[in-house]
Each structure stands twice: as C-alpha cells, then as structure tokens.
Design a binder for this molecule. Structure first.
Ligand SMILES: Cc1cc2nc3c(=O)[nH]c(=O)nc-3n(C[C@H](O)[C@H](O)[C@H](O)COP(=O)(O)OP(=O)(O)OC[C@H]3O[C@@H](n4cnc5c(N)ncnc54)[C@H](O)[C@@H]3O)c2cc1C
Length: 286
C-alpha cells in the first residue's frame, strides 16, 4: 500500500525549488517508473511529491547545429528513440534508449529520471558519458552545470543538494565523422537490467571515449583507459589489447544478475565488439 504524501504539481520553477527546499522529505516525480516502486514498497520516507511535468523548461528537446542537443527533464525515452537527429548524430544514445525496458515503459520513463535515479546498471549514462554530457541543475542558489561524469557519487547518490532539481541534460554537437555504439548484455531479452553495458565512441579526431555501467557503484567514463588507447594507433591490434586492458580499469561485484568474473569478461567482449565495429565502419549510420 502507498504511504500518505502531499502531491504538488508546480507551474513555475521557483515554486518547485522553494517547495523542495522547504520540505525535507520531498521527492521529484518525473515518469515515476522508479519512484512509484520505491513508494509502493515503502522504501523511501516521502511526505511530499513534486511532479515536474507541468514545468515548461522541462519539455525542451532541441538540437542546434554546432551547439548540440538539449534533453529536458520531462522528455521521455521514446522521444529520444524516435528522434532522427539522435539516430544520426548520437547512435549510442539511440541504441541505449531503445534497449531500455519495453515500449510502454519508455513512453513514461524520462532520460533525466534515468540519470537522477543513479542506478549503477542504468543504460543511458554510458552513452551520455561518451558524448561529454553536462547536467543543468536549478536550486535555491540559482543554476549550475555539472559534467555527467561528476554527477554520480555512489549507488543511488548524486551531487544534487536539498532544493535542487535537474532541468535538462545537454550534449555537445559531435560534429561530422563521429561514430558510436552501445552494446549491452542482459540475462533475458527485453525487461532485464543490463549485466554490463558499454558505450564506445570514436570522435572525429580519431580519439576514443568509453562509458560503462554495472561494473562499479556508479556508471563510469573510463578516462584512464581512453588515454592509454589514444596513445596507440587505432587498429584491430589495439582493440584486442584494449579488450584485455579494460579488466584493469573496472572492479565489478557479484550480485543476482551476474558474477564479477562474468562481468569482467563481458565488458571485455562488448568493448572489443563495439570498437571493432566502429573501426571498420565508413559512417555513423546503422
Ligand atoms: C519494469 C522495469 C524495467 C526497467 N528496465 C530498465 C532498463 O532496461 N534499463 C534502465 O536503465 N532502466 C530500466 N528501468 C528503470 C527506469 O525505467 C528508468 O530509470 C527511468 O528512466 C526513470 O525515469 P522516470 O522518469 O520514470 O523517473 P522517476 O521514477 O520519476 O524518478 C527516478 C528518480 O529520479 C529522481 N528525479 C527524477 N527526475 C528528476 C529531476 N528532474 N531532478 C531531480 N531528481 C529527479 C526522482 O526523485 C527519483 O528518485 C526499468 C524500470 C522498470 C519498472
């Protein structure tokens, strides 16, 4: 049974921020696909729920040439899946979004909710991380921006302070000649969280970026591994080397979904598969 809470649907951002700051036990509601489960199971002590779907700033979904893509906090995952710009410019994000749960769930779940929930195994962070995503946050002190790789602080923990909420996530324009891919391993087809998910990107300047989930308390951008790869010529030999080297850069745990050993092995396989695909690919389509 749901515990009792007060429900607020503000129509301007100030009202939302003030309410979240004033009421200690308040939670933001976007699509509710994570939050409602926590409420129903009484896993959180929520006395106030602030529904952000009425805030106009949250609905932004826009790509500007040269500037990039903005995804507002009420934009649902299916909007991203259906976007031609995302398919063409940010294929790893398209693939990660299309892999999330089911069509019905994606019609409700938001991209920003997937970040704010801060699950170590969430599918969207690896893809957003390789595109150098930045999180736009509003709070009692005004607006601030945090790079996504600094946003996660632990399992289900983020840098968000009392009174703060995320307005949008922003991705720079990758430019022409960018290539990327998201590959995930799960126990079941469809409705299962990833055992491991790896986003691989080769930027127009030939540099590699790698994002990964379910191998640490937070989704990770593997900067140290990228640096080592980028010191080498990017060919199949380097890819084989990187697929072994990644095991030194992650420290997965054993849980209900997988053993740590299997996660290590799958991270290696998915990186090899992803980078091999990208280095033999002429363009970013398909
Ligand atoms: C059956 C099922 C299958 C699933 N499969 C997958 C899967 O395959 N891959 C995957 O990654 N996820 C999966 N999920 C998880 C879930 O659907 C996603 O995490 C979803 O994207 C969360 O978005 P939401 O809008 O529903 O967030 P909500 O549930 O509304 O919120 C999630 C959390 O983020 C906070 N929050 C939301 N928006 C903001 C904001 N703007 N500012 C500050 N805090 C905010 C909320 O307070 C809450 O703590 C699954 C869930 C279910 C129920």
């Amino acid at each position: 049974m749901l515990s009792r809470f007060k429900y607020l649907k503000p129509h301007n951002l100030n009202e939302a921020v003030q309410y979240l700051e004033k009421e200690e036990k308040s939670f933001v509601l976007a699509g509710g696909t994570d939050l409602m489960i926590l409420l129903r199971r009484n896993l959180i002590n929520a006395e106030h729920i602030v529904d952000i779907k009425g805030l106009p700033e949250m609905a932004e979904f826009e790509f500007i040439d040269g500037a990039g893509l903005t995804i507002g906090a009420s934009v649902v995952v299916n909007t991203v899946v259906d976007s031609e710009v995302v398919k063409t410019k940010y294929p790893a994000l398209h693939q990660a979004s299309a892999s999330l749960a089911s069509f019905l769930l994606r019609n409700r779940a938001t991209v920003v909710g997937n970040i704010c929930n801060a699950s170590p195994g969430a599918d969207l962070p690896p893809a957003l991380l390789v595109y150098d995503a930045v999180v736009n946050i509003a709070g009692p002190q005004g607006m601030r921006q945090v790079p996504l790789h600094e946003f996660f602080t632990g399992v289900k923990r983020t840098v968000l302070q009392r009174g703060e909420l995320v307005i949008s996530v922003q991705l720079p324009d990758p430019g022409d000649g960018d290539k990327s891919i998201y590959l995930r391993q799960a126990r079941l087809r469809g409705h299962d969280l990833a055992t491991v998910g790896v986003a691989s990107r080769i930027k127009p300047d030939g540099k590699v970026a790698i994002g990964i989930c379910a191998v640490a308390p937070t989704p990770l951008r593997l900067f140290a591994l990228e640096e080592k790869i980028n010191e080498r010529e990017l060919n199949q030999e380097t890819v084989e080397w990187a697929a072994e080297e990644i095991k030194q850069h992650i420290h997965p745990i054993t849980d209900v979904r997988s053993s740590a050993q299997y996660r290590l092995q799958m991270a290696s396989v998915l990186l090899k598969r992803g980078l091999s695909h990208l280095i033999t690919k002429e363009d970013n389509h398909g």
